[in-house]
Design a protein around this ligand. Sequence first.
Ligand code: NDP
Length: 327
Amino acid sequence: MFKAILIDKNDKGQQVGLETLDESRLPDGDVTVRVECSTLNYKDALAITGKGPVVRKFPMVPGIDLAGTVEASTSEAYAPGDTVLLNGWGVGETHWGGLAEKARLDSRWLIPHPSAFTARQSMAIGTAGYTAMLSVMALERQGVTPDQGEVLVTGANGGVGSYAIALLARLGYRVVASTGRLEETDYLKALGAEQVIDRAELSEPGRPLAKERWAGAVDSVGSHTLVNVLAATRYGGTVTACGLAQGMDLPASVAPFILRGVTLAGIDSVMRPREDRLEAWRRLGELLAPEQLDAITRTIALDEAVEAADDLLAGRIRGRLVVEMTR
Ligand code: NDP
C-alpha cells in the first residue's frame, strides 16, 4: 500500500484527496521508484484545483517532478538502490506522477539523480529551474555572451525567472529583471539582478521596433511583453520563450526578425531529449549553490499539497515548495 494524491472526475466534477492505494493500481512501467520528494509547480496546482486542462486521464496522480530511489526494475539501465530524477514526459498529466510515495515509470524518462544535490534540493529546482537552465543554454547556443550587453529576464519573481536570474548572473551576464512586484527588488538583486524594471513598461501594445537594448532575453510571460522584448532586442540577439504568464497570444510583427536578425528560441522542457536534460542538470550542479536553494525552499508533507495548490494559484507562495514523503 502507498499514499498518493488522487484526482478523479465524475458527473459531479473533480474530486481530489490523499488516498491509500494498493500497489496493484500502479500503471505500467519497467521501474518502480520509492519517491523521496516531489514539488508543487504551477502546472501541478492547475491539475489539483482543476483550474487548467492539465490532467488528460482520470484517475490521475499529479506531480510532474520527482526524486527517489529505485525499488524494483526490469530495465538494464537501473537497479534497486539507484537514485533517480524525473521531470515531465507527461507524468502527472497522462501517467501517474510524483505526488505519491511510489511511482511506476518508463526507465527512458529517468536520469540518474545529480550527485550535486539532495532530493530536496533537486526538487527545489524542479521543472522551473531546469527550464531556466534550458533557456540559458539556448542563449549560449545562439552565441549570446556576457560581453554583448544586458540580458532581460521577465516574470522575474516566478520560478523560471528567479532561476534564470541566478544562473545568468553566475555566468557573468548583466541581468535586468522585469517584475510586477517592485517591492521584491532586494530579493531580485540578491539573486543577481543589476537592475529591476516595472513590467508595466513591457505589457502594453508597443511599436514593431524600439531602441535596441537587450543582447538576449529569457521570457516566461508571452503576449505583448514578449513582443516588446523582441522589438528592443539588439541586432543578432536571441530571446527565449517558455511561458504564457501574461497570455498565449503573440501579437507581433516580423520586423525584429527580418531587419535585426533577431532569433526567437522556443523552450519545451516536457519532451526534451535526454542528452539536453543530462547537460542541463550537470550545469545546474555547477552553477547553483546548495545553500541558495535551501533559502528559497519551504518543505511540506504530502497531506498539505492540496491546500498549498490553492495558495500557489492565489499568489500566496514565494519561492519553491518541496513535498517530502516522509514528513
Ligand atoms: P510562476 O507562477 O512561478 O511565475 C510566473 C511569473 O510571471 C510571476 O511570478 C510574475 O512575475 C509574472 N506574471 C504573472 N502574471 C503576469 C502578467 N499578467 N503579466 C506579466 N507578468 C506576469 O510560474 P513559473 O515561473 O513556474 O512558469 C512561468 C511560465 O512558464 C508559466 O506560463 C509556465 O506554464 C511556463 N513553463 C513552461 C515550461 C515549458 O516547458 N515550456 C516549463 C516551466 C514553466 P512578477 O511577479 O515578477 O511580475
